[in-house]
Design a protein around this ligand. Structure first.
Ligand code: COA
Length: 186
């Protein structure tokens, strides 16, 4: 998949309150909820309240929806560290099961470009359950490396993965070459 193809087919846009029902349905779907480290929202009202708060905090949070030909298919949420605004964590998922192949990669690439455009933003981290092979594979493809195991109190094994702004710039070119080769028939 080339950057041109991604740009022609996919759009990454900011989340609005109108996305609340879609995001709630995605977040509660078992295949997503089972992979998240945070508990699922207790009700739609609780989710709406959370979303209102986050959308009012653009200095500490950024929420994106990936559209494929105008249809929302996935989500990335960025939360900056309260101690260091140059560091943050993300959540990434594809909400629609029938999103085309490569949607996860497109979501990751477009979101990383946006996130590392933020002035002074230098280090992105995420926590991934050891059993989540698909997510680990996507993060490897995007250039993340596993820096550590999470604290021993975690209920099950979790890895801490990270990607720096300096590593993303050269890696995105390598990632596109690899994805382009993967997309070629035979
Ligand atoms: C984690 C997640 C986003 C990963 O997405 P993904 O599966 O890598 O999505 P992609 O669309 O990029 O890849 C799907 C397939 O297309 C292939 N592919 C990837 N990029 C491609 C490209 N550019 N061209 C063609 N095919 C491509 C992949 O190799 C993969 O192959 P497979 O069908 O053999 O498995 C997704 O599985 C998900 O939402 N899971 C549930 C929630 C979750 O676990 N979130 C992460 C929490 S840490």
């Amino acid at each position: 998949m080339t950057l041109g193809l991604i740009r022609a087919e996919f759009l990454l846009r900011d989340v609005t309150l109108a996305d609340a029902p879609t995001l709630f349905a995605w977040r509660c779907a078992p295949r997503i909820a089972e992979m998240m480290l945070q508990p699922r929202p207790t009700s739609f009202e609780a989710h709406l309240g959370y979303l209102r708060g986050v959308l009012a905090s653009s200095d500490t949070h950024a929420l994106y929806v990936l559209e494929h030909r105008g249809r929302p298919v996935g989500h990335v949420g960025l939360k900056l560290s309260p101690e260091d605004a140059g560091t943050g964590d993300w959540t990434i998922y594809l909400g629609e099961m029938d999103a085309p192949r490569g949607s996860g990669f497109a979501l990751g690439v477009l979101a990383l470009d946006r996130i590392f455009e933020r002035p002074g933003f230098a280090l992105l981290r995420t926590r991934i359950l050891r059993r989540n092979a698909l997510s680990q594979r996507l993060h490897v493809r995007l250039g993340f490396t596993r820096e550590a195991e999470a604290e021993a109190s975690a209920a099950e094994p979790v890895g801490i993965w990270s990607l720096t702004a300096a590593a993303w710039k050269p890696h995105r070119i390598t990632a596109f070459h690899a994805a382009f080769r993967a997309a070629q028939p035979g």
